[in-house]
Design a protein around this ligand. Sequence first.
Ligand code: SF4
Ligand code: SF4
Length: 468
Amino acid sequence: MKYDKMSEMAKEFINDEEIVKTLWQAQKRAEDQQDVKEIIQKARSFKGLSYTEAAVLSYVEDGKLKEEMFAAAAQIKQHIYGNRIVMFAPLYLSDYCVNECRYCGYHASSCMERKKLTQQEIVQEVRALEKMGHKRLALETGEDPKNNTMEYLLESIKTIYSIKFDNGAIRRVNINIAATTVENYKRLKEAGIGTYILFQETYHLPTYEYMHPKGPKANYEYHTTAHDRAMQAGIDDVGLGVLYGLYDWHYDLVGQIMHAEHLEAKFGVGPHTISMLRIRDAGDVKKNDFEHAVSDDDYKKIVAIIRMAVPYTGMILSTREGGEYRDSVIKLGISQVSAGSATGVGGYTMGTQKPQFEIEDHRTPIEMTKELLKSGYIPSFCTACYREGRTGDRFMKLAKNGQIANICGANALLTLTEYAEDYGDEEFKALADKVVTEQISGIPDDKVRGKAMDYIARIKAGERDFRF
Ligand code: SF4
Ligand code: SF4
């Protein structure tokens, strides 16, 4: 097998030999401070880094150089997306699963009662999420062809989009479900999904096979080529994910960036989002049993390097990471966070099911958004791009040249005003008002600024759902 980023075969576009060689060379290059500095400098031009360069940065241990990397990552995020942080919440539909993933509490042989939400229960859960102000969901299900059928999922998406509660509405439904066929991806596209997210977990084949001893997910080739099938089906916003700590994180980092390079080379559109989870306790699964578990320091490097290597991508941080530490990671290039998350089926209103994994950040969306405002970010409930048809290469073009930041900024102020009006307490309203007043004058385009001011006045008068 040789490395070929245009290949249709997973073992060629994620090539083990190439990764091993890259890591070996990177360790040597990382000792050369000048080389490292030049790579950081290149990243500062917002053009991204190759997996080879990213690998070099992954071995940097010098404190000063690491600080330079962190500063570069923060600067890149600011340039591409501005200071907005998009908010979302997961919604677990079903914990039925036929796979035996060793790191997940839902694995098939786990002694737990299974549950799948009825459409009525979905309404109940979504009403609770809308009451928290959420507009963007990530749907989660285990893999079970009998219980979690495509028909069930499509019906659930329809239900979710149909629920309007007070001023609440779910405006974008992203999907995190098992690898499937082009035909099924087409049906998901027709149902109006936002991003299709699929976690690779690990790119290291022997580890992948060990971690997935049974069930359809055991098929590395089928799983790793799923994003290609989704793109062939016309879903042009896809999300990559790694569960860091299953194998040497340097290897998985290079694999994840190789995957991004493959999608970009083959389809002209790189990953819309990248997620980087870390192992957590999950039912009978204990994180301390994983020898490759990633330290806090190394996790920060992973986040910063991905931001430098794939500057245009949305980077997602979950509530797996604890409050204070999470805030320090957000600085390094995160553009989306979950808040108020329940990681079990029925977790928002029933609370009877085991969560898929333990979360460490228990702040409510209002607490989280207040903290973000106080730290100089704009929490955003924006879903505009997908609804305006700015997906795939249209979105990428704007993200790569940094123009999206202006659109994000204006939309963040509109959705923040909506959120403050509908869900904010007095303290929140005062904080939001201050930020909106300060930031609106910074919108560079006269026309957009004028329109944004008009929209904000109209939102305060009771109208909703304006967007650029
Ligand atoms: Fe099932 Fe997903 Fe958990 Fe694996 S990670 S056991 S596929 S729910
Ligand atoms: Fe996301 Fe587009 Fe809204 Fe920016 S404008 S926050 S990229 S949906």
